[in-house]
Design a protein around this ligand. Sequence first.
Ligand SMILES: Nc1ncnc2c1ncn2[C@@H]1O[C@H](COP(=O)(O)OP(=O)(O)OP(=O)(O)O)[C@@H](O)[C@H]1O
Length: 800
Amino acid sequence: MSLHAQQLPQPTPHRPPTLDDELAAERAHLSDSRAALARMRERAEALFATGDKVAGDRYTAEQLGRHLARRVAELADDPRTPLFFGRLDFGSTDIPATSNTPATSNTATSDVATTTDTAATTGLDLTATADTGATADTAPTNTAGAAATTGIEDGDYTEQAASAGYGEHAGRRYHVGRRHVTDEQGEPLVLDWRAPVSRAFYQASARDPQGLAVRRRFGFDNGMLTSFEDEHLDRGEELGTASRILTAEIERPRVGPMRDIVATIQPEQDELVRADLAQSICVQGAPGTGKTAVGLHRAAYLLYLHRERLRRSKVLVVGPNRAFLAYIAAVLPALGEVEVEQATVEDLVDRVVVRAVDPPAVAVIKHDARMAEVLRRAVDAYVGEPTEPIVVSDGSFRWRIGLEPLHRLVQETRAEQLPYALGRERVRARVVALLQRQAEARRAESPSEAWLRRMGRSKPVTTFLDTVWPALTPDGLVHALLADPARLAAAADGLLTPAEQALLTGQDTTRTTTDAPSGTPEATAPEGSGTPASSGGAPGSSRPRSGTKLGRTPKATRWSAADAVLIDEAAGLIERPGSYGHVVVDEAQDLSAMQCRVIARRSEHGSLTLLGDLAQATAPWAATDWRVTLRHLGKPDATVVPLTVGFRVPADVLAFANRLLPLLAVDVPPAESLRRDGVLTVRTVTDLVGAAVAEVGAALAHEGSVAVIAAADAVDRLVAALAAAGIETATAADAGGGPRVTVVPATEVKGLEYDHVVVVEPADIVAAEPRGLHRLYVVLTRAVSRMSVLHRAPLPAPLA
Ligand SMILES: Nc1ncnc2c1ncn2[C@@H]1O[C@H](COP(=O)(O)OP(=O)(O)OP(=O)(O)O)[C@@H](O)[C@H]1O
């Protein structure tokens, strides 16, 4: 009987297995599992090659082809990552837990940590319910027996399995890994970490062993199984965060893009990962507490549990910028999930090309929640009152609809509050229905489809529609609003002050509010904003404050990033937007109200995982209260859960950064680092660039990545100096594979991490933007092992 057999081996009376025996057996199980995965993949590839021949029609062939291609990709095996990382030995009444595998622990320490009841601390209700009726694709070779033990039936979970106690697992042993692997008979060799039974790996504790006698964690080096660590939960042993394997994992040098944390997810993180699909959650976590990791693993978990539903409705991950998305891009594919969309908010609002920059004061207004109401009113204002009856000639007939019914049908449609374009079509359909009724009464027969279409497109009907419900495009609406101060004034009445309106339309505010002579100096045009163009309005409007360069048409207009958000809002009012099944939003503290609405439209029928840290908020409209953000996101009742255990930043470095917290005016719990190993140096220097080059040279003697972080305007100088010293550098967007040293402007470092961080001149980072102290806090929390702070100017007070 091999080690992975369903029942635990009986202890040998003669000689208990030694550590070497155990390790050898586990390695054999790893080889067996890899071979089985290779066979599963071969089978999937063979099916992929012949799939189109068995499909009846082209559509089915395409669907099948996509499904099988995905399946092949999901079964990819990376020999550098362990196929399994844990083992669960459930206790049995037949086999006393203590007579199980002996208390072997070739790396374990004897620390026994007390656990907390995480469900109680997070307040989450985790009664996960599985999709029913989902099709098989997770484990197509499962037998009924395997299904009974794993809870997997045709690739989805049975309610029964999810709710079963531990009893059905008594005396069984499971290896837990990145994906499900079965042998030729369909017996599970490795259970997917997301399977209900795997939950015990993350959640069982000495206080609540969840049926486990022993939990084993494996240590790996480059895909080679090198050690294991046993916790005899049945004897009250528990390592918690004292696990050496966990410590090694969080202290390992970082190279390249982000990796999954599936082997070491902590109980409070697991609570969030396994929260029910219907539940929207907001995670307030200090730097390095694993928010991004939790969000990505939650996406993978939900896809596994609700595969079919989410395959149709899709999962979206929203990140702050391209560099961040490149950094996290590999995590989900490594977990076998290859179909999650990843985008920035800018990607989502890409109906227009952004070619202009708004001054901050204008951007702040455009991102304000009041703009949603301004746009709603602006759309509403297009709906007019009928002024003439409709008369349609139809061969020898003339149909006539009087003003009264026309008024009524416009009012009825208005009351339905449909998206504007649907409303227009509804009005058309109602007019045609009235014409049809007349035609039927006169001809005593129903008109044909072609007749209905012809009537709907007839000139009198179209003219009527263009008068009472004219066709609108999203960019056309925003263009008209910004180009016409009177139209904006009507829509913004009581919402935006005249001065704010003037900023939007580019009117000279002094003209509207005072009688100042022309030639009043205007706000400095931002870099790249070009020459001011006419806003197409009244005299005096050729002095735009808005960055938008209005052309005669929307197409000829140079739009700003904030305009793109307004145009998306307009699109949401005009058309019915599509919604994702689940959206994960990272660095959510920087979302403006209007950006929140961009996401709200895309998650209206789904749920959200919101990740962020109010202390790291750097945008001018930054959040200070998650409740407000959640309201804008359309999920006011989402649970806000804190994460406070830091896995990235060493304790000394974190303590240094945390000195800034009192200045950041946010009420957030500070992080407590799990890491005791880091090195922090703070040096006053006279030659900043020279000192930075020297620091980088010294840092390269260690393993792992090195980043030089400075104010944006110092980056070129630093890159040049490093190049002159023979040190090649990458940019933040180059996710791994290139040079070990990256030079990053402080503005682009959010969400990223490096082993050794050299911070150049904190005072310049603070001075570069209004929320510079928050930016500095972000910068000071990027280091995994060592941080050197170089300064010539005095440090901000709490750091000095
Ligand atoms: N349970 C864990 N086991 C091992 N490593 C972990 C664990 N949780 C988080 N980490 C690691 O800690 C680091 C920080 O995680 P992550 O980037 O998700 O934090 P964050 O809260 O999003 O940080 P930030 O606030 O800076 O965006 C990453 O390297 C991640 O892999």
